[in-house]
Design a protein around this ligand. Structure first.
Ligand code: 13P
Length: 256
């Protein structure tokens, strides 16, 4: 299985800045066949960057996409419009859940729409600080995994990636803390157990699970070697080219 290194640029970089970053990244990017490098720029940059990117070296992701293909949905971009432009789409990021009010039902429809349009959804799940403090982590993760995958058939489950991002570990959250590798291992185990319940043990083992939350060059190696973790999803560190490359190199090294 590949190791995934995914950069979520969130609401950063205009189209010109994104293009310059991509140009520099492509120049420096080694061609590691077993490391899947992905960046998720703003929607507005996706189309021009799709003409610039070398898909043999890396892939593009959208940060979001709508579940209906067309119609009266002001401001939305559909998965069908993203088809051919991106290979991946982030779905259910905590910022969309808690800032934009997305719920599991909408997220499930988005996951299904991505699969229908041959885009691999990266379904994000993660508990808040309060949920963890109240001992609700296992229930929240289970609900978000089952909820997000509720429209995915057994046939399609291999087209989905899960990312565990504890909300309290995201660098932009006030008072963010680092998750310990043990905490990550426990929740990644829960994610896999939940998937096994529905899709069988083999699938539970096979689905790629990523970790995200303040991943940087100094801790990426530790997270990438947590049992059951197949890659990392970064915000802040993906905005700094040297840090992003460093983490890609780390991913290559820990696999060797
Ligand atoms: P940071 O790496 O900045 O903590 O962001 C994590 C994240 O939300 C990636 O989707």
């Amino acid at each position: 299985m590949k190791t995934y290194v995914v950069g979520n640029w969130k609401l950063n970089f205009n189209v010109g800045e994104a293009s310059i970053y991509l140009h520099k990244l492509l120049k420096k990017l080694p061609n590691y066949r077993d490391v899947e490098v992905v960046i998720a720029p703003s929607t507005i940059a996706l189309q021009p960057l799709s003409l610039q990117v070398d898909r043999h070296k890396m892939k593009l992701a959208a940060q979001n996409g709508f579940y209906r293909d067309y119609g009266a949905f002001t401001g939305e971009t559909s998965m069908s419009q993203l088809r051919g432009i991106v290979d991946y789409v982030i779905v259910g990021h905590s910022e969309r859940r808690y800032v934009m009010g997305e719920n599991d039902k909408m997220i499930a429809k988005k996951v299904a729409a991505a699969v229908r349009n041959r885009i691999t959804p990266i379904l994000c799940v993660g508990e808040t600080e309060n949920e963890r403090a109240f001992g609700e982590t296992a229930d929240v993760i289970r609900d978000q995994v089952l909820g997000g995958l509720s429209e995915v058939s057994e046939e399609d489950i291999d087209k989905v990636i899960i990312a565990y991002e504890p909300v309290w570990a995201i660098s932009s959250v006030k008072g963010a803390k680092l998750a310990t590798p043990d905490e990550v291992a426990t929740v990644v185990g829960l994610v896999r157990a939940t998937i096994s319940e529905v899709y069988g043990a083999e699938t539970g083992e096979r689905v790629p699970v990523l970790f995200g939350g303040s991943v940087n060059p100094s801790n990426a190696g530790a997270y990438l070697t947590v049992p059951g973790v197949n890659g990392v999803l970064m915000g802040g560190s993906s905005l700094i080219l040297s840090e992003f490359i460093d983490i890609i190199d780390t991913a290559k090294r820990v696999r060797a």
